[in-house]
Design a protein around this ligand. Structure first.
Ligand code: PHE
Length: 450
C-alpha cells in the first residue's frame, strides 16, 4: 500500500477540512433555513447542536481516521469487519448529494459570469432568477460545467494548489462577508431583521426546528459521510486533534453566522418587514443579495467578487464529495482512479438533471410534495445522514467503545470535552436522532404535522 501523505502541519489539515465544511451549506443553505425556521431560535438550537453533537461526531470521525490511517470503508473494516457498511453508506450519501450540490454550484457560476460581464442590473432585476432556473437548458449546462470543474481538480490532483489558494481565498471570503453583513444591517428597516435573526423567540420553537438544525449541522460540518475520517487519516499523531476540530467547528459556524447576517436583515428590509418573505427558501441568496449589491454601489465588482468566492468555497466542498465517491468506487469495483472519477462525474451530471430541471420543465413533478432538488436534499440530510450518524454513535459507543476514541485523541490533546463526548455518543445523540428521524419521516409523508 502507498505511504499516506501527511499534511505539512495542523494548519494544512484545518484548511482542507474547513474547505470541505465551508461551502454552499454555509452561505446558501444556512441563511434560508434560519430565515424560515424562526431566526434566533434556529440559530440558538444550531449553536447548541454544533458544540455538543457536531463536536462529538467530528472528533470521533477524525480520530477513527487518524487511528486507522485509512479511508472510511477500510477504517470501519479495520476496527470491526461487520461495520464496513457504514463506510459504504457514507459514500452513498456523498454520491446523492454531489448531483444536486452541483446544480446550485451551477447557479453560482451563472451569477458570477453575469456579474463579471457587467450585467449586474440584469442579475438584480425582477424575474432574472426565475427566468434562469425555469429555462430548459441553462441550469443543466451550468451544472455540468460545475461538475467538470470539480472533475478537473480531482484528475489533475492539484490538491497542493488548492491548499495554497485556500490560504488566500478563505480569508478573503471572511473579509467580504463582514463588509456585506455590516452593510446589510444598516439598510433602513433592517433592524427588525437583525432582531429576528439574533433574538430567540421561543414561541417559534418546534420539533421541525431541531430537525432542520440537525440536518444542517451534519451537512455543514461534512459529517456522517466519512469525509472527516479520510482527512483524519492524513493528520499527524503529534497534532492537537481536539484543537483542530475546535477550529473547524468555529470557522464553519462563523461563516454560516455571517451569511445569515448578510441575508436575513436585507430580506427583512427589502420586503418592508414582511415575515413571509423570509420563508422564500433556496432562492434567497440569489434574489436578495443582488439587490443588496445594487444598493451598496460598485455592484459589478462586489457581485463578481462575492460569487467567485462562493464558487471557490463550493468547489472545495464538491471536491471532497467527489473524492469520497471516487475512492469508494475504486475500492469496491477495483477500477482505476481516472475511470472511477469520470464515471462519478457522468453519473453526477445525469442524476443532477431532474434537480436542475425541477423548477422549469419538470416543475409539475413532485415527490412527496417536494421538487427533485428538495427531495434529494431531504433524503440525504434528514434521513440518510441521521441514520449514518446513529450507526456511527452505536459503533463508537458500544462496539469499539468511547475509550478507543479518547485514547487516540489523548495522544495529542487534553480532551477537555471527554465527558461530554462520552455522554453524547452513548446516550443523548442516539436517542435524539431516533426521535428526530421518526418525526421527520412521519411528517414528510404527512402522517403527522409538526
Ligand atoms: N459541508 C459542505 C457545505 O457546507 C457540503 C458538504 C456536505 C461537503 C457533505 C461535503 C460533504 O457546503
Amino acid at each position: 500500500m502507498e505511504q499516506r501523505s501527511k499534511f505539512t502541519n495542523k494548519l494544512g489539515f484545518v484548511l482542507a477540512a474547513a474547505g470541505s465544511a465551508v461551502g454552499l451549506g454555509n452561505i446558501w443553505r444556512f441563511p434560508y433555513l434560519a430565515a424560515k425556521y424562526g431566526g434566533g431560535i434556529f440559530l440558538l438550537v444550531y449553536l447548541i447542536l454544533v458544540v455538543t453533537f457536531g463536536f462529538s461526531l467530528m472528533i470521533a470521525e477524525v480520530a477513527i481516521g487518524r487511528k486507522t490511517g485509512l479511508s472510511p470503508i477500510g477504517a470501519f473494516q479495520a476496527l470491526n469487519k461487520r461495520f464496513r457498511f457504514i463506510g459504504i453508506l457514507g459514500s452513498l450519501i456523498a454520491f446523492l448529494i454531489l448531483p444536486y450540490y452541483s446544480v446550485i454550484g451551477g447557479w453560482v457560476i451563472k451569477y458570477f459570469i453575469t456579474y463579471i460581464s457587467g450585467a449586474h442590473a440584469a442579475a438584480a432585476g425582477e424575474g432574472f432568477f426565475n427566468g434562469f432556473i425555469s429555462s430548459p437548458v441553462q441550469p443543466v449546462l451550468w451544472q455540468a460545467v460545475f461538475v467538470i470543474a470539480t472533475l478537473a481538480v480531482i484528475l489533475g490532483g492539484v490538491q497542493k494548489g488548492i491548499e495554497r489558494v485556500s490560504k488566500i481565498l478563505m480569508p478573503a471570503l471572511v473579509v467580504l462577508s463582514i463588509l456585506i453583513a455590516i452593510y446589510s444591517m444598516t439598510i433602513p428597516g433592517a433592524l427588525g431583521g437583525v432582531k429576528y435573526y439574533l433574538l430567540p423567540n421561543f414561541s417559534k420553537f418546534s420539533p421541525t426546528t431541531v430537525l432542520a438544525a440537525l440536518g444542517q449541522m451534519f451537512y455543514s460540518m461534512s459529517l456522517a459521510m466519512g469525509i472527516m475520517i479520510t482527512y483524519g487519516s492524513y493528520l499527524r499523531k503529534e497534532d492537537d486533534l481536539e484543537k483542530a476540530v475546535g477550529h473547524i467547528e468555529w470557522f464553519d459556524t462563523g461563516i454560516a453566522f455571517l451569511a445569515g447576517l448578510m441575508i436575513v436583515p436585507a430580506v427583512y428590509a427589502m420586503s418592508g418587514g414582511d415575515e413571509s418573505a423570509l420563508s422564500a427558501g433556496p432562492s434567497l441568496m440569489f434574489i436578495t443579495l443582488p439587490g443588496v449589491f445594487e444598493r451598496m454601489g460598485l455592484p459589478a465588482v462586489i457581485g463578481s467578487a462575492f460569487f467567485i468566492l462562493v464558487l471557490f468555497a463550493a468547489l472545495t466542498s464538491a471536491i471532497s464529495l467527489m473524492e469520497a465517491v471516487v475512492s469508494t468506487i475504486c475500492d469496491q469495483f477495483k477500477i482505476k482512479r481516472h475511470t472511477a472519477a469520470i464515471l462519478a462525474a457522468v453519473l453526477a451530471i445525469l442524476i443532477g438533471m431532474p434537480s436542475a430541471l425541477g423548477f422549469g420543465p419538470l416543475a409539475a413533478v413532485q415527490i412527496i410534495g417536494m421538487s427533485f432538488l428538495d427531495f434529494f436534499d431531504f433524503i440525504t440530510n434528514s434521513v440518510l445522514m441521521p441514520i449514518t450518524a446513529l450507526l456511527t454513535c452505536i459503533f463508537v459507543g458500544y462496539i469499539i467503545r468511547p475509550k478507543c476514541i479518547a485514547d487516540e485523541v489523548k495522544l495529542s490533546s487534553q480532551f477537555k470535552r471527554e465527558k461530554l463526548f462520552i455522554v453524547m455518543v452513548k446516550y443523548i445523540a442516539p436517542i435524539c436522532i431516533v426521535a428526530i428521524l421518526v418525526s421527520s419521516v412521519l411528517s414528510a409523508f404527512k402522517i403527522i404535522t409538526i
